[in-house]
Design a binder for this molecule. Structure first.
Ligand code: PLP
Length: 355
């Protein structure tokens, strides 16, 4: 992978940083952004010269297609700083491939690899002071693409913006969550675009999630859209079940997002000799396992929280509590992955990418 800075980018730096106004001990996830952002416009059939400019609002025509038809995709990744002050990304090639896979599904033109990596490297070097060392601290990175063409005609746009914005983050522990297994709603359908990180997938989740919250659950375990018979994802994360000492997760499909955390956990587990079954998992099997005591853990997996343990779930009017485990797989995998991300453990898979 390239790790150089050529003369590809135009850079317009802020005159004074706003970093001194930020309270790094009390960060609200995703609400404070760094001094600069990366912007690259697509027009006349080509991506134009990428730029790094001061972070700030955009001016878009009210008819820009993203506002009407939701032609938008995004990514979520993090930069981590080790004790020597070096910054690392975690498997950024996966995020690069995935944003183009998402773009393809939404008829958005592919973004060039050298622009992406040069943009990331340059931006993260400029924002070095915003990346705080210490396990749990990180810089959340949000690349995204929106259709900017002015016209409410319902077809794919011919103008886009590819941007990267960055927000300092702390690890937060919001407590183990309770989840409701979906019996009616789905987040994606066969033949749809659930596998893409598309804005619209999220918009469609908010209402069912709000209803679940009214019932005292924080998230939804999404089930297949055909018969709601199989578990697929948890909220905006992939989902794992531990039955006795075996880890189970659903295979990726056109309805399930191919998470980087998910596949990294599978690789780590297999390397450590933990049995992993990647196969369709029936809701009825999980209910049976919780009843006979073999269901030890449920957890979500994704970049933002790494691993998010589930303490209880609701299904068909019943509420099932999981017993708290000593030495849970969830906490074991969370530290194993974070040790690699923060350069505290050997990176035998070659996942770290140094800025
Ligand atoms: C982003 C996302 C995930 C997790 O992917 P990671 O690459 O691990 O961050 C899982 N499910 C959905 C629906 C997502 O949008």
């Amino acid at each position: 992978m390239k790790n150089t800075i050529s003369g590809l980018l135009e850079i317009n730096k802020v005159s004074t940083s706003k970093i001194d106004q930020v309270d790094f001990d009390n960060l609200n996830f995703g609400s404070v952004f760094t001094d600069h952002m990366f912007v690259c416009d697509y027009k006349n059939g080509a991506w134009q010269t990428p730029k790094i400019v001061p972070y700030g609002p955009l001016t878009l025509d009210p008819s820009a297609r993203v506002f009407h038809y939701g032609q938008a995709v995004f990514e979520g990744m993090k930069a981590y700083k080790d004790d020597h002050g070096d910054t690392y990304l975690f498997r950024p090639d996966e995020n690069f491939k995935r944003i183009n896979k998402s773009s393809e599904r939404l008829a958005i033109p592919e973004f060039p690899e050298d622009y992406f990596f040069e943009g990331l490297n340059t931006l993260l070097k400029l924002e070095d002071a915003w990346i705080k060392p210490g396990v749990g601290n990180s810089l959340y990175i949000r690349p995204f693409v929106i259709a900017t063409q002015a016209s409410v005609s319902a077809s794919e746009a011919n103008e886009y913006k590819f941007m990267i914005i960055c927000s300092p983050a702390q690890s937060y522990y919001s407590g183990d969550v309770s989840v409701l297994v979906a019996e009616k709603f789905s987040r994606s359908a066969s033949g749809g675009f659930g596998y893409a990180k598309a804005a619209g997938n999220y918009a469609g989740q908010f209402y069912p999630t709000k209803l679940a919250k009214d019932q005292g659950y924080q998230q939804i375990i999404w089930t297949d859209s055909n018969a709601h018979e199989y578990v697929e994802e948890a909220g905006t994360m992939n989902v794992f079940f531990r039955i006795n000492d075996t880890l189970l997760t659903a295979p990726i499909s056109d309805r399930i997002l191919d998470g980087v955390t998910r596949k990294s956990l599978i690789a780590l587990a297999e390397k450590q000799g933990i049995k992993v079954e990647v196969r369709p998992i029936k809701v009825s099997e999980i209910v049976e396992a919780v009843k006979n005591g073999s269901l030890k853990e449920i957890f979500g997996a994704g970049t933002a929280a790494v691993v998010s343990p589930v303490k209880a779930f609701g299904y068909k009017g019943e509420h099932y509590e999981l017993e708290k485990q000593d030495n849970s797989y969830a906490s074991h995998f969370k530290s194993a992955l974070m040790d690699i991300q923060y350069n505290k453990a050997e990176d035998s898979f070659g996942w770290r990418y140094k800025i």
